[in-house]
Design a protein around this ligand. Sequence first.
Ligand code: ANZ
Ligand code: ZN
Length: 875
Amino acid sequence: MTTERYNARDAEPRWQKIWADQAIFETRNEDPRPRYYVLEMFPYPSGRIHMGHVRNYTMGDVVARYRRAKGFNVLHPMGWDAFGMPAENAAMQNKTHPAKWTYANIDTMRGQLKSMGLSLDWSREIATCDPSYYRHQQAMFLDFLAAGLVERKVSKVNWDPVDHTVLANEQVIDGRGWRSGALVEQRELTQWFFKITDYSQDLLSALDTLDRWPEKVRLMQKNWIGRSEGLQVRFELDAATAPQGENELLIYTTRPDTLFGAKFMAIAADHPLAKAAAANDPDLAAFIEEVRRTGTSAAVIETAEKKGFDTGIRAVHPFDPDWKLPVYVANFVLMDYGTGAIFGCPAHDQRDLDFVNAYGLGNTPVVCPPDQDPASFVITDTAYDGEGRMINSRFLDGMTIEQAKEEVARRLEGRTRGNAPVAERKVNFRLRDWGISRQRYWGCPIPVIHCEVCGVVPVPKKDLPVRLPDDVTFDRPGNPLDHHPTWRHVDCPQCGKPARRETDTMDTFVDSSWYFARFTDPWIETAPTVRKEADAWLPVDQYIGGIEHAILHLLYSRFFVRAMKKTGHVGLDEPFKGLFTQGMVVHETYRAGNGEWVVPADVRIEGDGAERRAFNNRTGEPVEIGSIEKMSKSKKNVVDPDDIIADYGADTARWFMLSDSPPERDVIWTEDGVQGAGRFVQRIWRIVNEIAAHAAAAAGPAASEDDVLAVRKAAHRALAAVEGDIERLGFNRCVAHIYTLVNSLGRALDGCKSGEAVPANLAAALKEAGVMLVQLIAPMMPHLAEECWSVLGCQGLVAQAPWPVADPALLEDDTVTLPVQFNGKKRADLTVPKTASPKEVEAATLANETVQRVLEGRAPKKIIVVPGRIVNVVV
Ligand code: ANZ
Ligand code: ZN
């Protein structure tokens, strides 16, 4: 039989056009069927899609197409996370406007996504940089402000004096701005904050309800929120050493049990006591300045060498008036955590130990591990933070850590100084309020006006959106909104006097914190959401994206729906019911002799195994095959989705993305792998065409029931298995089940004699199996499936066909395989119908080839059949 090769280049655009013309992926909110919302994290329009997008969106598309077939009204939208710094950088470099650059990228990438055959509802497309989107974000900002969820406060920022901009902690490298290289200054700026810490406990507790989130992500969020239970203790300052007006130091500790191991006190460089002490100590002032410069991010503090400066101040131990502890200013104490002051117990805290070891303050262990002798237990370089019993701790000796914590808290809580208790129990969270101010142009303007008379005045809602001006220049550093000749000048909405607009724009994480809600009704102009629609669609049933968003994006979104609930825009708490984080796409790296990376498209591979060599296609020179790493521009180990789709078709790319490894793991992109996927596409095409030909020419005597059943069983079993694994997002296992089915069908077709008509009953079974096969591949290779669907003469589009139902009778195994033992030793396997009687099993045993070979013509003395379990042959 000759069938032409399947031509993806011809078929794929054809089907894409048919789907688009019939608008079959456009979702109607009024559709009465049960709803299912599947969403992939929307892309930043950086220019072109990459293989990570292909993987992410393919997975989402499989879910969407499957749920649609299962009878759901599926919402599967797409949009663009379109504000952000790269557009401004491009504007500076290429003298194009950020909007022009962004929308051009969106056009390119939309085209690329369409070429993948994704079943997206493009009628709901949104771009966060569009005023029709950000006007609603501004309205919600005003609602949040009115609800007390927004605050303006002075905070310390990393200021780049050359670029005139605030830098995130990650953008400060060795104390210098990442772009300018200038020494970063710590500045106090008034910034806008969302009060996410109002929800610290709720965001933590509700993690327990997210049972369809990866455990790993929940743990990361938990750590990020960082709840800790401890004690705040007021240490008295030794009057002889304390600066004027200072008489005590409030510290926060989670380990009050270790109080008798204290060797020093430490305060943050910005602590008021440090400032007071520095007032007449220039060396201390210089030290404080140095600490400030190296930055205050947690990462810096973790890694920097522990440094301190003795202020000369002494604090009094709460349990011993004669015990004085030196107070240091230290670079590892943060001002904005706890109280910005600690007592240091070096034996049981590694940072404290590193510190005392540098300053020769010594340590006293106060917790003895269970397997150690208190008399000989010493600490040198490694602090001990495990379980044990208290030692060297007076009235605490012998207690467990928990008992000692309780005892210290009880005693100090009960004591007062100046009418207040000396200590108080305190829950602390590591989570900080979310600073959203950015001194940038390409972001959502914060809708407030500053008036000298009225102060901060919200922009009246009727004046929204506050639009970004189009005529901006990027020829000098800093925020173009500040340089604009007129934009910031506006009359105060309250008193009418000249006032000025806020020129800060919002962090782009704000844009992505509610887009999933906007998709539920992106057309409504008068409000961010239609509450009824948002509540009906949300939470997102299945959200899919990269693990890099495990913390910020997901946490901010969780905060945002809570804030939207408080302000009446939605009626729910959690945005994403199911979350799946997919692995990365990785690829071998190639390096030329001169150390430069070579793109895979320029590399030719020869040989196998140890003989495997790579050559540069352009120069012919050998290149070194390096490690397999995440595809990245810097190492050039990228393949372009456009090239892959042009060479093999979208279905092949999709199939390979799903096939090679579990979706949560990394997948290695290889040329061989894609070619294998391409061959499988052709194999399915041939099989389906053969089945169609047989179905058209079936005749003659009936085939045996066994042959028919074998085909039907293979199909129904594959159906049940694929269904189960799609539900679990086990796409690679689905692929394996489909391979198994195709192999069975291949064998059945091989059994059909060429030139002879296939018996009608077998042809019918093959057709049934062929149709099922097409439906099973449809979520993964939708174009090939449509093409096969019409070859098999099925009605309509497979994209709209209901999911087939497996016949339970065909799923059951009706045979059983029994071990056959000769005098207690296993020699053969025997497959018999489950319903076979002992007599029939005995007969089947004697007829079995292996058994006959072992018997070598002898007659067995006895055959003992244990039904369903074993056959014993006694010889
Ligand atoms: C004494 C002590 C002894 C501590 C010991 C630990 C171990 P979490 O669990 O993260 O809340 N700490 C408190 N405030 C700090 C600040 N602003 N900057 C740096 N470190 C600070 O950690 C609380 C512990 O971190 C506190 O308990 C305190 O050191 C330190 F064997 O107090 B601990
Ligand atoms: Zn005013």
